[in-house]
Design a protein around this ligand. Structure first.
Ligand code: UDP
Length: 238
């Protein structure tokens, strides 16, 4: 399908999105719902890569301490993203769509190691590619991992699924006067220090001229709507 605005998408799903109403870990019905949405985006005609976070299990910065240095804690966080990818991979395949997990931290008995060319091939063959382990380096986030993979896999946009329907001038949960941006530039997102993604992710997206579509994962059908260039979203673009 050539009339899609973003023929190849890279969807960023946070670990928390997979938690549903649970306080920790995975909520299988929510994992299944997100899997079906990713399959629907594939059926629309998009090639679909997915970077999954790990915050529902472990965040390195939170558990690092006197006896656990930050790099080790971040490696634990990256391993959490692998678990989430495997859960999502299984749910996508259960929904009838071939999927492959590729990890930035090689663990060949569990999933494929990430490499660009095989990842591109999976995408071209229509498989949903789940990119585990973030960037593979400590001190980074899976948001930066998502932009990095989107850039190297020639994706047309990053679809950033969050808990709110776009980027606001302030936190809409605490500031009732906050208003939603329809469209902002990477420069503005950086200058206003908007927290929807970290600065490293925005800076890389600016460098790669990659649009970031921010939308709420709580809205049913939101992934497909964002992939079509529709829905309640904020577009961050050059
Ligand atoms: N992480 C890392 N390098 C990366 C990506 C992730 O060290 O490139 C670690 C980091 O400890 C982070 C954890 O993995 O806290 C989970 O990732 P993230 O917090 O981005 O997950 P999300 O908030 O999207 O669920």
């Amino acid at each position: 399908m050539t009339d899609l605005p973003y023929p190849r998408i890279l969807v960023k799903v946070s670990g928390e999105a997979l938690m549903g109403s649970e306080p920790f870990g995975l909520h299988p019905p929510t994992v299944a719902r997100i899997a079906r949405e990713l399959v629907a985006a594939r059926e629309l005609g998009c090639e679909v890569g997915v970077v999954v976070g790990g915050g529902n299990i472990l965040r390195g910065a939170r558990v690092a301490g006197e006896d656990l240095d930050r790099s080790t804690a971040d490696h634990m966080g990256m391993l959490a993203t692998v678990m989430n990818c495997l859960a999502l991979e299984a749910a996508i395949e259960a929904a009838g769509q071939p999927a492959r997990t590729m990890s930035a931290i090689p663990m060949p008995t569990v999933c494929e190691p990430y490499a660009r060319q095989p990842a591109m091939r999976h995408l071209r063959l229509g498989r949903v590619v789940l990119l585990a382990g973030g960037t593979g380096n400590p001190y980074f986030t899976t948001d930066t991992g998502a932009v990095l993979r989107a850039a190297e896999l020639d994706a047309d946009a990053v679809l950033k699924a969050t808990n709110v329907d776009g980027v606001y001038t302030a936190d809409p949960k605490t500031d009732p006067s906050a208003t939603r941006y329809e469209r902002i530039t990477h420069d503005q997102a950086l200058a206003y220090d908007l927290k929807v993604m970290d600065a490293a992710a925005f800076a890389l997206a600016r460098e790669a001229a990659l649009p970031i579509i921010v939308f709420s994962i709580r809205e049913p059908g939101a992934i497909v709507a964002a992939a079509k260039g529709e829905g309640h979203v904020t577009v961050v673009s050059p």
